[in-house]
Structure formats: structure tokens, C-alpha cells
Design a binder for this molecule. Sequence first.
Ligand code: AMP
Length: 218
Amino acid sequence: MNLILLGPPGSGKGTQAIRLQEADGLVQLSTGEMLRAAVASGSETGRLVGSIMEAGELVPDDIIVSMIDRRIDEPDCAGGFILDGFPRTLAQAEALDEMLARKARRLDAVIEIAVDDGALVERIAGRFSCAVCGAGYHRRFQPAAVEGVCDRCGATRFLQRPDDNEETVRTRLVAYHAQTEPLLPYYRARGILRSVDGMAGIDAVSTEIRAALGVSAA
Ligand code: AMP
């Protein structure tokens, strides 16, 4: 099964993609993660995109499209993938259609995770992750069991993304409404769009997504 998770920053796409990955063996393809890895490695792409990401703006379509085009060909994607953070523009959506047709693959479903703008700033400004294993947390909604210690690996160092601050979140929301929201009617017209209520708790959203996809509970 090949899916897109669509929703504004902070809607929980990454959290839900990881759950689907663990339960169903689909591979999470997060363009944000790929770009952060490129920035950390100091590659040519990383140098090009770092300041764009810190400003909360969108990276040029050609960089993103070629990144995904190569990644989908890797063997771990053969059993299905979850696109998390891609496509974010109509040009990216059209490029995805073209590349899937070329690879004789298809898109099975697009899940919209709908969240009110008002909730997103608090959700994003409270996020942090383990500096060692990358496990994601939230100060209020998903704290570590023992404060200051990673549940998954026991590390005690944590990181906050440089673009997870209030000012940048507002720019990211503007980009979402202007450039990404037009994808909803694009996929609705194809009959593959399903919407879930992203204001519900993490487990309830997972259940709704599984119901929308017609897969049994994890
Ligand atoms: P995310 O981790 O999905 O919130 O993405 C973080 C940042 O990476 C975004 O604010 C953009 O600057 C950039 N980015 C990620 N995915 C895309 C995409 N599909 N198109 C353009 N820019 C992207």
C-alpha cells in the first residue's frame, strides 16, 4: 500500500507514519527528515536548503522531487511507503503522478489529518526529540516517562528543531494554506482522499486512519 499523509505542520503526520511503519511494515518517507539529514551532513543539497528551512519556507520542487524519485526505488520501499511531508505543492503532486506511472506503481490513499490552526503553535513549540535515537516527545502531550531520560534508549540529551518556534510555525502555516491545501481538492476529485480528525488523541487518530484505510486494528 502506498499512502500520503497530508496535513499542516504539527498535525501528527510523523507520529502516525511511525505507527503505520511499525504495525504494517510500510516505510515512512519524510522529506523533512531527509532534508535535515542533508543539512547535518553538510552536503551540497544541505547547504542549499538550510536557510530556507530555518525560515519556514518551502524548498524548491526540483530538489524534493529528485530526492523522492531516487528514494522510492530503494528495495525497502517495494512493500509500500508512506509519504510524510510530500507532496506539498501541486507541481510536486503532478511530478509524483508522473514518477509513479513511470515506475508502474500507484497511490492507494491520501489521508488528510485535519487540525485547527490554533492548536498547532502549542503542539509544535512543545516538541523535542532524543538527540541519540530520535524518539519524539512533547512537553505536554507526550512527555518521557522519567523526565530528562529517553524512554526508548535511556539517553539524557534532547534536541528541538530550529524551525519549531512560534514565528517560524506561522510562516510554515502560511505556506501550508497557500501551497499545500490545494492538494485536497486535487486528490478528492480522484476519489482517494480520506479525512480524519487530527484534534483527537494520538491513539484515536491511529484508529481512525486504520479504519479509513480498511486495515485491522494494530
Ligand atoms: P517537515 O519536517 O515536514 O515539517 O519539514 C520541515 C521543512 O522542510 C519545511 O518547513 C520545508 O522547509 C522543508 N520541506 C519538507 N518537505 C518539503 C516539501 N515536500 N517541499 C518543500 N519543502 C519541504
